[in-house]
Write a protein that binds this ligand. Structure first.
Ligand code: GDD
Ligand code: MN
Length: 355
């Protein structure tokens, strides 16, 4: 096989792992006649990881990308991919939790036609090693959430894996890749161009030296990240939920703090919720789909919200009186769903222009 394999390895304080890792890569690949290059993307690690890597580039096929400070795992991977020259790109951690010996199996899978090959802890033959029950539960919960929110992750048993291979074409045309966060594979599964994903098992080892950089802040970021990648109606619904709180909050403020009559307080509260929803949808739900001036979008959003409310009323009355379903709450809920769907469709098509 004469393909070049690029192995992108982000590092932050991994000095002691680099020599062992490079040795094992050499044994796993070179000895099988697999041509490869290693790209170490180091964020100016205080422990001098970059220096160690530079020294070892005399005896191993290593390129070192040095970044000025700790800019995050995903962006490190993307910066590494930019300089990768191989036909296949492998991403792995430096701490030997990802055994280099699995890479030949990943390449074999790619040669059989897989565009993305995930080294997986959750297919037969794989395992997470000696994790505590709590950590196992967190991991399973995170995967379940990904499967619910991201349809593209559903046929991957381990969409959180940080160890995977992809054909370079998968990312060549990808737009809006988010450089923040820990879960670059999710970005690739959602935004990449591919037809076949495969998984090969591996046993997640224990960290060789140094400590993990996965903090609770990263876990919160993870949930936000999932929402960013999920279909826009999920964010639209969440924004709608916040609008209800703003509506009721402003209503109480106007009524009980300022003392306005209900006839004045109610429209002010409704307008406040429409503005709240507009700002959140504009900056979050549809942030990649903004066209024209924000004033126009704001006016159009008022129209689509009004259509939503009128639909709600019409459907609720229709279900109650015409269809004869004499259950107020049920009729109202059906109305809310219908209004939501219409408001969403108009918003995504005419207020914003989601592709
Ligand atoms: N350049 C750079 N910049 N590298 C970083 C940064 C950063 O800000 N943060 C972490 N790294 C490097 C580490 O040095 C290591 O090589 C690799 O990224 C993974 O970091 P760890 O701290 O070892 O993460 P982990 O073991 O907790 O998480 C791994 O396993 C998870 C699955 O449980 C990662 O592979 C995750 O992506 C994966 O989801
Ligand atoms: Mn690790």
């Amino acid at each position: 096989m004469s393909r070049l394999i690029s192995i992108v390895i982000p590092t932050y304080n991994e000095r002691d792992n680099i020599p062992v890792l490079l040795e094992r890569l050499k044994r796993a690949l070179n000895d099988r006649g697999i041509e490869y290059e290693v790209i170490i993307v180091d964020d100016n690690s205080p422990d001098g990881t970059a220096e160690v890597a530079r020294q070892l580039s005399k005896v191993h096929p290593v390129k070192v990308v040095r970044r000025p400070g700790k800019l995050g795992l995903s962006s490190a991977v993307l910066d590494g991919v930019k300089v990768a020259e191989g036909e296949y790109i492998v991403v792995m951690d430096a701490d030997l939790q990802h055994p280099p010996e699995v890479i030949p199996k990943m390449i074999e899978a790619a040669e059989r036609g897989c565009d993305i090959v995930v080294a997986s802890r959750y297919v037969p033959g794989g395992s997470v090693g000696n994790w505590s029950t709590v950590r196992k539960l967190i991991s399973k919960g995170a995967i379940l959430l990904a499967h619910i929110l991201l349809p593209q992750s559903r046929n991957v048993k381990d969409p959180m894996s940080g160890f995977f291979l992809f054909r370079r074409e998968v990312l060549e045309q990808a737009r809006n890749l988010n450089p923040r966060g820990f879960k670059i594979l999710l970005e690739i599964l959602v935004k990449g161009r591919y037809s076949k994903v495969c998984e090969v098992p591996f046993k997640f080892g224990t960290r060789f030296k140094g400590e993990s950089k996965l903090s609770s802040k990263e876990i919160l970021n993870y949930v936000l990240h999932l929402l960013e990648l999920s279909p826009s109606f999920i964010r639209f619904a969440i924004v709608g939920g916040t609008g209800t709180f703003v509506n009721l909050g402003v209503l109480s403020l106007c009524r009980y703090v300022i003392g306005l009559p209900h006839a004045v307080a109610a429209p002010i509260a409704i307008e406040a919720s429409v503005i709240n929803n507009f700002v959140l949808n504009d900056r979050w739900t549809f942030k990649h789909s903004r066209v024209g001036s924000w004033v126009t979008r704001l006016l159009k959003f008022h129209v689509s919200s009004a259509v939503g409310v009128l639909t709600q009323l019409a459907v609720s009355l229709g279900v109650y009186y015409e269809a004869g379903l004499h259950e107020s709450v049920v009729a109202q809920i059906i109305g809310i769903i219908a209004g939501f769907v219409l408001n969403y469709l108009i918003s995504r098509r005419f207020v914003w222009r989601e592709r």
